[in-house]
Structure formats: C-alpha cells, structure tokens
Design a binder for this molecule. Structure first.
Ligand SMILES: [Zn+2]
Length: 272
C-alpha cells in the first residue's frame, strides 16, 4: 500500500492572515530561504527513495525556476499552490482564475511540463467556494487536494477519503487532508502542526491501520519546517505556535515515516 507525500513549496514568510506578509510587493524585503530548505527536503526524499508532489507557489517558480526544475528532475511531481498564496475564500472566482493561470504559466515555463494538481493555500476550500473546482477542471487540473473534513476548518461534510467530485466541466479527483475519527470528530495528524503535536508511533500505527483497510494516507509538510534556524516574525501567539512548535520533531518524524512507509506523488492515485 502506497501513501501520498506532499510538500507545499513556499518560503517561511508565506503565512496567510498576517498583515506583515500579505503584500507580495513587500516579499523581497524578507530573506529568501526556500532554496536551501528545499535542498534539505530533496536530500531527505533521496535518502529514502520517496517521491512526492510539490505544490509550488507560482511566484517561487517565477523567481527560482532552476529550483523548481531541480525538483522535477528528481522524479517528483510539480503541481500548483496558486500564485501569491491567497486563500480561495478571500478571492472572487475571477481573481481565483487569474491567480491560477499566473501560477500555471510560471510553473509551466520553469519545468516545461503540464500541471494537473492543485492545493489551495491554507486548505482554504469551503462549501461556498466549490466553484473553484470547476475553474480548476476547465484549466486542465485533474485533481485537487484542498479539502479539510473538519468542523473548525473546511467542512465536516467534505469527503474523508479520496474520490471523484463532479463539476460542470467534468469530474475532478479530490484527495482531502487525512483525518482520524476521535470522540465524534475528524482530527488531523499527518502534517503541519498536527504532525508535530502527535506522537510518532501513534501516527505510524494509525497510517498502517488505514493501509490495512485499503486506504492511503497523505502526509504533508513545508520546506521551512526543516529549517534548523528559521527567522522569526513578530506573530500573534497562536500563529507563533502553529509555525514554530517542535520543528526538530517534524524532521525526525518525517524521516521515520519515510523509513517505514512507501510514498508516491498524489497523481498516482488519480484514475487514468
Ligand atoms: Zn501554503
């Protein structure tokens, strides 16, 4: 049984909902650490023979095309994470489409390969933004990985398992955030802060149990989570916790999961 491994390829200051990082015009003032951190990700994957999907920010592909080419050259899938890291629910359908097309253009120019996958910044698909799926499908995107089946984020009505979702332009395959059932709630445990908080052996045994039931899990992380000395922004306490808690733990947990589980890009789960 194979699982999906995904990396949201963005820099340390691409944080939604923080005024100091919201305007792309100000991004050049921040130290760029994406190349060195992505090198760490590539080395980790190489060590385990794991292949992943990299959801790349269009703006990064524009500024660092050689980095994105290097990712593709190592056999990883390059997909889109939008252009300037805006949440779907903060855009109109027209703005979403424009942002998507800019990212597809930048990523396509960097790699010369078609892009068939999408993940929204901060898992920002909501029941009232499902119009985005039709726009994605119309522009050649075959799968999306932006739905979170949680009460506090996304929607508890979103699918828990991967599968097709109909749109007026044809079906799109959705691979939602992996969650486990606990006390009547869906709880995330395979990426970001949830992975850093959950004990390693618990994550591993939960994924193994899913695999025995014939279900793939999806693990996700960001290059900045492997940065041994990340710059700090003056963030509100909840945000500081989200971005800074137990970063050392992330690297060792990811290393262990890759040692014990087989990982492939999301594209390999999409029916031909
Ligand atoms: Zn992101």
């Amino acid at each position: 049984m194979k699982n999906a491994l995904t990396v949201d390829l963005e820099d340390w200051y691409h944080i939604c909902g923080v005024a100091a990082c919201a305007d792309p015009a100000g991004w050049d003032a921040f130290e760029s650490r994406v190349a060195q951190n992505t090198d760490r990700v590539l080395a980790l994957l190489r060590r385990h023979g794991a292949r992943a999907t990299f959801f790349v920010l269009g703006r990064i592909a524009e500024r660092e095309p050689a980095l994105v080419r290097a990712v593709a050259a190592e056999g990883h899938e390059v997909a889109t994470h939008g252009h300037i890291h805006r949440r779907i629910y903060e855009m109109t359908p027209e703005e979403f489409e424009e942002d998507l097309l800019r990212s597809l253009d930048a990523i396509g120019s960097a790699t010369g390969l078609p892009v068939v996958g999408h993940r929204a910044p901060e898992w920002s698909m909501r029941p009232h933004t499902l119009w985005a799926l039709e726009i994605l499908r119309r522009h050649g995107i075959l799968y999306d990985s932006s739905m979170v089946p949680l009460t506090r984020m996304g929607s508890p009505g979103f699918p828990v398992n991967p599968g097709p979702v109909p749109t007026p332009s044809g079906d799109i395959f959705e691979f939602p955030l992996t969650a486990m059932r606990c006390f009547g709630e869906n709880i995330p445990f395979t990426g970001g802060l949830a992975l850093r908080l959950t004990p390693y052996f618990y994550i591993l045994s939960k994924i193994r149990r899913m695999n025995r039931e014939g279900l793939p899990a999806m693990v996700y992380f960001h290059p900045w989570e492997l940065d041994p000395d990340p710059p700090r922004l003056p963030l509100p306490p909840a945000r500081r916790f989200m971005t800074g808690f137990n970063l050392q733990g992330a690297a060792s947990k990811l290393d262990g999961l890759m040692r014990h589980l087989a990982f492939v890009p999301v594209r390999e789960f999409v029916p031909a």
